[in-house]
Structure formats: structure tokens, C-alpha cells
Design a protein around this ligand. Structure first.
Ligand code: IDP
Ligand code: MG
Length: 136
């Protein structure tokens, strides 16, 4: 079963800082994703804490939230058939060292924390995350 879905993608500070946002957007487009909403913003640490609430018990939570709020990010709503899974596949493994060829994290990721992109991990979380950044 396939159906058109939306997912939330974030180009993280390490990638925006290296001016990789256009190259990464081209990777999404070349895989058939439509970028239906997009904005470049910088968030406050408290907003990152809310966004990453699911990780609040993890040892890396504080660093993760500091990092996501440390510089500009590009937040996008991507649309495609089975977009959530397709985006996870295109992103690659959380740790760029484990990511396979052709994935964004393999190509651009620096380390497990500076791994260049975020992507929703389920249709349900995609809705929550899209609403978090694009309330209208
Ligand atoms: P994901 O981004 O592939 O969905 P999650 O497990 O949801 O990975 O973790 C969220 C983010 O937290 C990761 O993208 C990464 O930046 C960071 N992270 C995950 N695991 C670690 C870790 O073991 N050390 C440091 N940072 C981590
Ligand atoms: Mg995740």
C-alpha cells in the first residue's frame, strides 16, 4: 500500500553553516520529494527541548538541544508517496559512519550529533512535527 504523505525535514546547523542547504534540497527533489513548505529560522533552546522531548531522558539531550538551537536551520515539509520512510532511507543511519552510500548523512554528516538532517520517524510524529513548525 502506498499513499501520498508529508514528513518534516530539518537541515541542521552543521549543514546550513557549510552552505549545503541547496545541495541537500536538490537531493530531495531528485528523489521525487516536493518541498511544499520551507523556512530558514533559528530556534530558542526551549523550543528545541520541546521538539526533542521524546529524548529528554537521554544523556545527549542537553547537547542535542543546544546544538539544534545553535544556528540557522532550514525546516521543510516534504511530500511524496510514503514520504516518511522514503525520507528516512534517503537520510541514512543516525551515525554517518554507519550510513550507506547515496544517503545524505553518508555524504554530508560529520558525526552522530552533527548528522546534517532530521526526519520524522512515523506518520503520527510527522503530523506533530509539521504542526510544531508550521501552525496555520
Ligand atoms: P534520528 O535523527 O536518526 O531519528 P534519534 O535517535 O531520533 O535519531 O536521535 C535524535 C538526534 O539525537 C540524532 O539525529 C543525533 O543528532 C542525536 N543523537 C542520537 N544518538 C546520539 C548519541 O548517542 N550521541 C549524541 N547524539 C546523538
Ligand atoms: Mg528521531
Amino acid at each position: 500500500m502506498s499513499s501520498t504523505e508529508q514528513t518534516l525535514s530539518i537541515i541542521k546547523p552543521d549543514a546550513v553553516e557549510r552552505n549545503l542547504d541547496n545541495e541537500i534540497k536538490e537531493m530531495f527533489k531528485s528523489k521525487g520529494f516536493k518541498i511544499v513548505k520551507e523556512k530558514k529560522i533559528q530556534i530558542e533552546k526551549v523550543e528545541a527541548e520541546t521538539f526533542y522531548k521524546v529524548h529528554e531522558t537521554k544523556p545527549f539531550y542537553n547537547d542535542l538541544c543546544s546544538y539544534l538551537s545553535s544556528g540557522p536551520i532550514v525546516v521543510m515539509v516534504l511530500e511524496k508517496e510514503n514520504a516518511v520512510l522514503a525520507n528516512r532511507e534517503l537520510m541514512g543511519a543516525t551515525n554517518p559512519k554507519e550510513a550507506t552510500d547515496g544517503t545524505i548523512r553518508k555524504k554530508y554528516g560529520i558525526s552522530i550529533d552533527k548528522n546534517s538532517v532530521h526526519g520524522s520517524d512515523s506518520v503520527e510524529n510527522a503530523k506533530i512535527e509539521i504542526n510544531f513548525f508550521f501552525k496555520d
